[in-house]
Design a protein around this ligand. Structure first.
Ligand SMILES: O=C(CO)COP(=O)(O)O
Length: 147
């Protein structure tokens, strides 16, 4: 399965780095469906001159949780999340939840530019034969629970 949908998220001190990196790689991003949290998405839209970016709510207003829900529903193949390791955020629980859901559903996650570059240039990005292992939660969902 080639990567088709990418979620792009950055904290304020990391937004310029993300926008610059995406702009430098605009050809690679051209065929991809892009999702972003509100403010990150607005900056990307303005700088990339792309009006097809699916902008969700701003992160602290629920946007991180919206991205997490889309990952759980299988709509997002790759998360690029430049979070700020030097600044506490009011919505830290939402950030942790987003990173947890991405790990749970086994999607690739880049939290910095170096990792994002590795992933974006990987042959798996366009390989229809490569299928990241889909987790099987049947033991969990079918577990006996007393009522
Ligand atoms: O806060 C964010 C991620 O945790 C990003 O949200 P914005 O893109 O709306 O700034």
């Amino acid at each position: 399965m080639a990567v088709k949908s990418v979620a792009l998220v950055a904290h304020d001190n990391k937004k310029k780095e993300l926008v610059d990196w995406v702009a430098e790689n605009r050809t690679r991003f051209a065929p991809l469906k892009l999702y972003a949290t509100g403010t990150t998405g607005r900056l990307l839209r303005d700088n990339l001159e792309r009006d097809d970016i699916h902008c969700l709510l701003s992160g602290p207003l629920g946007g991180d949780q919206q991205i997490g829900a889309k990952i759980a529903e299988g709509e997002i193949d790759l998360l690029v999340f430049f979070w700020d390791p030097l600044e506490p955020q009011p919505h830290d629980p939402d950030i942790k939840a987003l990173l947890r859901i991405a790990a749970l559903w086994n999607i690739p996650v880049a939290c910095n530019r170096a990792t994002a570059e590795f992933i974006l240039t990987s042959a798996y990005m366009t390989d229809d034969q490569h299928h990241p292992k889909k987790p099987d939660f049947s033991d969990y969902t079918g577990r006996p629970v007393s009522t």
